[in-house]
Design a protein around this ligand. Structure first.
Ligand code: NAI
Ligand code: MG
Length: 353
């Protein structure tokens, strides 16, 4: 039975890398794999905003809700404030579809050099809470432009919200090296962060086979640079997870190769799969964007849709390609987006499952 994918390529290199990911998915849908995907493209992004005054139609979520997954490129353009694209397109999908896990796996691929002198075999997944926490619009400003001006922004941490994302991290750790590190800042943020830690340790009791610890996010950031191989699964709030996953992406090579999944693990709504990078206006249209982040995101999507063997084939083909030195300029190579995509497709058939 075919599965339905909503494709939102978005802006800039989003369009280029999603086209690359589509080619890889098409190559896998060869009639033998049992993989049958049906795509519907949505032209939402900055051009749509200029025409309609919004990043997606009013009933946008309604249009997406029956899809099995959303494959997303990137949005944002220099002539529109970034907060608009974020709050009108990305955040409505994450919250509206209760995609409460933002999953960000990173691994140091063969052939890719880390900026660290002695990186070791980095293999870390950051599980970031994706619907609440510090990214709230509860708050406001008064006395604008006067000396009394004041800005207040509330963080929202709910027991249910923390518990479910932490539980996901423990379940994931069980399939990996069985280590969970909670990112906290309970020394300075004295109400919400101790609460986060408390819920984490309560859930940990159900997973005696998983080793658990918490670290202050600043020290954790330093340890990610100094000794990244000690980490397996890191779980954190929306803000801390965002920052730490940028570090894990940076130490494993470049922002262009890291994928992310926005998951509703209960599958009540479609989950969304995207590279972590943005629309990169500085290189858009040149055909040199690294397609690996988007292609890896496609692998995460296949995994979620129940095709783990095909997902593994993609990741093996990506790594065979980087190992062979077929790299775009951001990784120090000379290959174009299309050449890297072709190289990955060519290796799909050899990739062992
Ligand atoms: P960015 O990720 O677009 O670019 C940062 C730097 O990394 C640039 O120098 C870019 O050329 C390079 N880069 C990024 N992806 C690459 C790839 N695949 N291959 C080669 N080089 C790559 O972040 P930036 O510049 O802060 O934001 C640009 C726009 O993208 C903004 O409008 C921002 O709001 C938006 N953005 C959207 C995101 C999303 O849709 N999820 C996430 C991050 C930013
Ligand atoms: Mg970020």
């Amino acid at each position: 039975m075919s599965q339905r994918i909503a494709v939102i390529a978005g802006d800039g290199i989003g369009v280029e890398v999603i086209a690359a990911g589509r080619q890889v998915l098409d190559a896998l849908s060869d009639g033998q794999s049992g993989l049958e995907l049906q795509y519907t493209a949505f032209p939402w992004g900055t051009a749509y905003y200029h025409e309609h005054g919004r990043y997606m139609p009013e009933d946008g979520l309604q249009q997406l809700k029956d899809f099995d997954a959303i494959y997303f490129g990137a949005v944002g353009a220099p002539d529109v404030p970034d907060a608009l694209s974020l709050w009108q397109l990305l955040i409505p999908m994450r919250r509206g579809f209760d995609q409460y896990v933002n999953l960000r796996p990173t691994r140091l691929l063969r052939g890719v050099s880390s900026p660290l002198a002695n990186p070791g075999d980095i293999d870390v997944v950051v599980v970031r809470e994706n619907t609440e926490g510090e990214y709230s619009d509860v708050g406001g400003r008064i006395f604008s432009g006067t000396e009394r001006e004041i800005a207040i922004q509330e963080s929202i941490f709910t027991r249910q919200g923390v518990e479910r994302v932490v539980r996901y991290a423990f379940e994931l750790a069980r399939t990996r090296r069985k280590r969970v590190t909670g990112a906290t800042k309970s020394n300075g943020i004295r109400v919400t962060m101790p609460f986060f830690d408390e819920v984490l340790f309560a859930v940990a009791k159900e997973y005696p086979d998983v080793q658990v610890s918490v670290m202050h996010a600043d020290a954790l950031a330093a340890q990610l640079v100094l000794r990244p191989t000690r980490f397996d699964v890191i779980v954190g709030s929306n803000l801390l997870g965002d920052i730490l996953s940028e570090i894990t992406a940076a130490i494993t090579g470049a922002i262009g190769i890291a994928p992310s999944a926005n998951l509703d693990p209960e599958r009540r709504h479609p989950s969304m799969f995207e590279p972590i990078h943005g629309s990169a206006p500085d290189i858009a249209g040149q055909g040199i964007a690294n397609p690996i982040g988007a292609i890896w995101a496609a692998a995460l999507m296949l995994d979620h849709l129940g095709h783990p063997a095909e997902a593994a084939r993609i990741i093996a083909a990506i790594e065979a390609t980087t190992a062979a030195g077929d790299l775009t300029p951001d990784l120090g190579g000379h290959a174009t987006t299309q050449q890297v995509t072709d190289a990955i497709i060519a290796r799909l058939s050899h990739a062992l499952v």
